[in-house]
Design a protein around this ligand. Structure first.
Ligand SMILES: [Zn+2]
Length: 226
């Protein structure tokens, strides 16, 4: 998104979805952060209980920031933001269980997670290289570089698409496990589901943005040929 031109219109739907998804996540999250569960577990306690029942030797640590929760598959550690780690709410239990869902994927050798992990170093390199190649190609009128930049950017698009099944599957596993272990009641389940769906929507928005950015780059490249 380095300059404004008419092709910006192509990414507009993704921009709107991104704003909506962020609003939806923060409003859903703040609502369910204030709703307790009958089990009364914190996010960290819920994740630990789920891990114990499934013999997952996973570490659970608090980390700074808000909504910074993630699972690190290389060290097998769940890092939960302090509110999720410490609080006793539908939101905390849902997010913690979702991250544990990723640990379950790792233990199961879930294919899309393995593929996603394998792509990380490649994508880190290609996403920074793609813009440099594209911009040099565009301004120096070197179509080869321009299209090499687009090819490199395609990897980032692929990455954001593979993220979708990984995220949806982690939430599905989280709900099943929470139910199985009686950590949430059937009345609490729709709340957990709302939190997880709101979080998933941000990944859908990011994937749509990546796809439309790619389309935009192709349009710019084609226009520069004329
Ligand atoms: Zn996730």
């Amino acid at each position: 998104m380095f300059f404004w031109d008419s092709t910006m219109l192509v990414v507009l739907p993704a921009l709107l979805l991104t704003f909506y998804a962020q609003w939806k996540l923060s409003s859903t999250f703040s609502h369910f952060s204030g709703v307790g569960t009958r089990s009364g577990l914190t996010g960290a306690q819920a994740a630990a209980a789920l891990a114990r029942r499934r013999n997952l030797g996973v570490g659970i640590e608090p980390t700074g920031g808000s909504l910074t929760d993630h699972y690190d598959p290389t060290t097998n550690v769940l890092r939960l933001s302090e509110p999720i780690y410490n609080e006793r709410s539908i939101a905390a239990v849902g997010v913690a269980a979702h991250e544990l869902g990723h640990a379950l994927q790792k233990a199961d050798n879930y294919g899309p997670l393995t593929l996603r992990m394998g792509l990380v170093p490649l994508v880190n390199f290609s996403s920074s290289a793609s813009w440099i190649l594209f911009l040099i190609g565009l301004f120096a009128h070197l179509p080869g570089l321009l299209w090499a930049g687009i090819a490199a950017f395609s990897l980032a698009v692929l990455f954001s698409l593979i993220t979708l099944p990984v995220e949806f599957d982690a939430s599905r596993r989280a709900l099943v496990a929470l139910r199985e272990d009686g950590i949430i009641t059937s009345q609490e389940e729709p709340g957990v589901r709302s939190v997880l769906n709101a979080a998933a929507l941000t990944y859908v928005a990011a994937a749509l943005m990546a796809v439309l950015q790619l389309l935009r780059l192709v349009l710019i490249a084609r226009n520069s040929d004329d």
